[in-house]
Design a protein around this ligand. Structure first.
Ligand code: FCB
Length: 459
């Protein structure tokens, strides 16, 4: 591998990612019933400018055009999600075959274009019916219902999809969906009394992941690969000295929500010092839960946008997690500080800090929002997005060239879409969507990315 040309190995895979609620629209067709995100975005004040996903990119109707575009850009892998509310409109029970048919058409179209489908079973849009019945993730029942839904999907689509992901970013739909003392920014947006109840929601999600893995493997008609997608926080040494590297390693379980989500999923234990720190807020864990949660994985999906710098200090605990200075460069989101090394260190932490050097890793999301402008000539010259992506891809290259098992990279996102509480105000696509007429306009970054794919290197 040549370090100056950033030439990736031949089998490194290049993909693009999206999710159902963010692009599909068509929320009331073919038997789909509301998800918690339909309800949340219809509630005044929850989503910027009152936007909802009811039309989004109208991908439900325009998927042939979108897949043609994917193929034209040279993508051979596509990550999308399946909407639970289309498949089981009541959350449990009867399967809506019309919902299955949509994904069958979508996948067949992908396969016709030589694009491998990678399907996420849950990207936040759970059925409203389960919210009404038992408060969604507040109940353990949610984990069983998820597993039933997963097996309904996999038994029907497992002949054409063999790459499955259970849940996307547990932290976001639990710790941002349920909060103490303030209205959460994510659906279902439930205010709870005690932090323990919030940790209980993520514990239930971990159970759903575990039961989901088992359900996928037993329902699949052919051998398949199963993974979890997590946006774990990445501690990055401020300087790459042995002392700061060690500090980053020690800090890792205590960064973000790692100790309560990634670690139990990968190791089968909540770290004891982390539990001690949580005290009364720790979730209730029933006998056998950790065995269920700790399923063997074929790969880990790593969503990476930013990171956090850490340095060594003398007194215990030996590390300091640093705040970003006020002028630190970032993209068009408050949380999107540009920390390309976080991609490299995230991969390295899985191998070294967690001790799983043989677990294949895919970057299942990386990308950024930028203040894109469509020129009179009909172009979007997003050199800022190219700048961002180029740095992160170089960090990916570094991980690969040092022998870490990073096997592929999916850019977030194929096209601008409904960015949750930010609505259509924030654009993450490499393809611009003109919402007035649903035109798709590849940005400069899309053309640049297509060249990276074509040459298998960072151009
Ligand atoms: C991730 C989500 C994805 C998108 C990007 C910007 O947290 O998984 O749906 O919103 O952030």
């Amino acid at each position: 591998m040549d370090r100056t040309t950033y030439q990736f190995p031949k089998d490194f895979l290049w993909g693009a990612a999206t999710s159902a609620y963010q692009i599909e629209g068509a929320t009331e067709v073919d038997g789909r019933k509301p998800s918690v995100w339909d309800t949340f975005s219809a509630t005044p004040g929850r989503v910027l400018k009152g936007h909802t996903g009811s039309i989004a990119c109208d991908h439900y109707h325009r998927y042939p055009e979108d897949i043609r575009l994917l193929a034209e850009l040279g993508f051979r892998h596509y990550r999308f999600s399946i909407s639970w509310a289309r498949i089981m409109p009541e959350g449990r029970g009867t399967v809506n075959e019309a919902g299955i048919d949509f994904y069958r058409r979508l996948v067949d179209e992908l396969l016709n274009h030589n694009i491998t489908p990678h399907a996420t079973l849950f990207h936040w849009d759970s059925p409203q019916a389960l919210e009404d019945r038992y408060g969604s993730w507040r109940s353990r029942e949610m984990a069983n219902d998820f597993a039933d839904y997963a097996s309904a999907v996999v038994s029907r689509l497992g002949d054409r999809i063999t790459h499955w992901m259970t849940l996307n970013e547990i932290m976001c739909f639990t710790h941002f969906g349920y909060e103490v003392g303030k209205i959460p920014v994510h659906a279902p947006g439930t205010v709870v009394e005690h932090q323990k109840q919030v940790w209980q929601t993520s514990h239930h999600a971990l159970l759903a992941h575990g039961l989901g893995c088992q359900a996928i493997r037993s329902a699949s008609p052919v051998p398949c690969s199963v993974s979890l997608v997590d946006n774990f926080a990445v501690s990055v040494p401020l300087t790459e000295t042995p002392a700061d590297c060690e500090a980053a390693r020690r800090a890792f379980p205590f960064c973000g929500y790692n100790g309560g989500i990634l670690l139990p999923a990968l190791t089968g234990e909540y770290p004891s010092d982390w539990l001690a720190q949580l005290g009364e807020a720790a979730p209730e864990i029933q006998e056998g839960d950790l065995e269920i949660i700790h399923q063997p994985l074929d790969s880990l999906g790593f969503n990476i946008y930013s990171g956090v710098y850490v340095r060594a200090i003398d007194p215990d605990p030996g590390y300091e997690i640093l705040d970003f200075p006020r002028g630190y460069p970032r993209m068009h989101m408050p949380w999107l500080q540009i920390v390309p090394e976080a991609l490299y260190w995230g991969v390295r932490h899985i191998s070294e800090t967690i001790g799983q050097p043989n677990l294949p890793i895919f970057v299942t999301e990386n990308g950024c929002a930028a203040e894109d402008v469509l020129t009179d000539q009909g172009e979007v010259i997003d050199s800022d997005r190219i700048f961002y992506l180029r740095q992160y891809l170089r960090a990916a290259y570094r991980a690969v060239s040092e022998g870490y098992p990073l096997k592929g990279y999916f850019v977030w996102s194929l096209m601008d879409n409904f960015e949750w509480a930010w609505g259509h105000d924030r654009r993450f696509g490499i393809v611009y969507v003109d919402y007035a007429n649903q035109a798709r306009i590849p940005k400069a970054s899309a053309h640049w990315f297509a060249e990276c794919i074509r040459h298998h290197r960072v151009v």
